[in-house]
Write a protein that binds this ligand. Sequence first.
Ligand SMILES: *Cc1c(COP(=O)(O)O)cnc(C)c1O
Length: 222
Amino acid sequence: MKPIKPIYKMIRNELDEVREGIEVIAVTKQVGVERTKEAIEAGIVHLGENRPEGFLKKYEAIGDGATWHFIGNLQTRKVKEIINQIDYLHSLDRLSLANEIQKRAEHTINCFVQVNVSKEDSKSGVLPEETVDFIKTLEKYDKINIIGLMTMAPNTEDEEVLRDVFKGLKTLQQQVAEKNWPHAPCTECSMGMSNDYLIAAQEGATFVRVGTALIGSESEAE
Ligand SMILES: *Cc1c(COP(=O)(O)O)cnc(C)c1O
């Protein structure tokens, strides 16, 4: 496995050239605790996991030594296992999940609403045209603070397609932010992964989620 620090520096520089202040979430779902600790030693603050089991394994070893982002689909019955340990949830996409968070959270949870901008059947997320109404409905949930929107781009190398998706999320994020709803400041855009983080940054990402290109995968032969 390649050392994380130089790769992180390179990605940081690329992002800083686009705009200051874009946060990198290192996605550690494909590596173990030791490699995750290497990420922290390299100066990475934000870590992302997509399954409760993987998150809890790392959380038990690292605890408050990182800022924790849960980026995967979250089954309602798993909410109680993680909700009071994470700092950000990137996958709020339905009222049943909001209800369970409201019931289980002991403090306000910073949430991204996941939006299915590309409208692929295989993807979860609220549809773009339903996003503003969905967020309005969340007004009565005092445990939920909508800090932004998140999307997964299609698996394509077509830059125009990717740009359109990222632009779509940015436009929606600004629409929600303009409402000035106290429960939904909605200042953030979580978009961009290993193959497209730079495009996402150019289109207004404030958080990019990078796994393979930064942390690698432990099954990867070197
Ligand atoms: C795995 C994952 C990522 C990171 O993917 P890479 O292509 O490895 O960078 C980002 N976001 C989500 C939601 C993921 O599940």
